[in-house]
Design a protein around this ligand. Sequence first.
Ligand code: 3PG
Length: 223
Amino acid sequence: VTSPLETLAEVRVLPVVSLAEPTSAAALADVLAESGLPVIEITLRTERALDAVRAVARAGTARVGVGTVMHANQVRAAADAGAEFVVTPGFDPAVVRACLEHRIPVIAGIATATEILQALSAGVEVLKLFPATVLGGPALIEALSAPFPQIRFVPTGGITAQTAPDYLAQPSVLAIGGSWMVPRRAILANDFTAISALSRAAAQLPRARHDRTGMAHSSGSRA
Ligand code: 3PG
């Protein structure tokens, strides 16, 4: 079985989903996977988030990871629920250690060069730059890639369909994360038509970039 992060590196777009109720989780994961986004993150920001993870893992159409992990003891719970990877908003060595112990891939959060150094000593190289947009966006990633060429970034936070191409143009960006294709309102209304359209467009973004070789790097050329 391919690692979920390898699959993510091919897809390059990670939907970040927050669900109050697990009821429609499996159906939502189906829609995302069918739209070309087969790797999804469910945040631990709601009480029933792990039930949603369990439902998606059982359905088996998408690879599901758990996000907003802040304590080492959540790693075990996530793995037991069927999560295939862990995402953290910031850097905590104990959480990373727990992930390595459970052999569950981790996308550890960082916001500074100092935290990247801590991540490297902990033995992880796939890092979530969060909150990417307010920290400095693609320009920050380019700057950090100079001293840290081995780091693969998963920028998340404030990314939109409009700003996504400039992140994807950075060679050190493994994937971008975000919730723009799973808007809260659409989830609450079970509006799978809207989610499907947004997700299909999001899944096309990395491909669109290849088709535009030569003009892909200036944001001014895209409205
Ligand atoms: C996260 O947890 O990574 C963010 O809340 C998702 O970012 P976005 O909602 O700004 O896209």
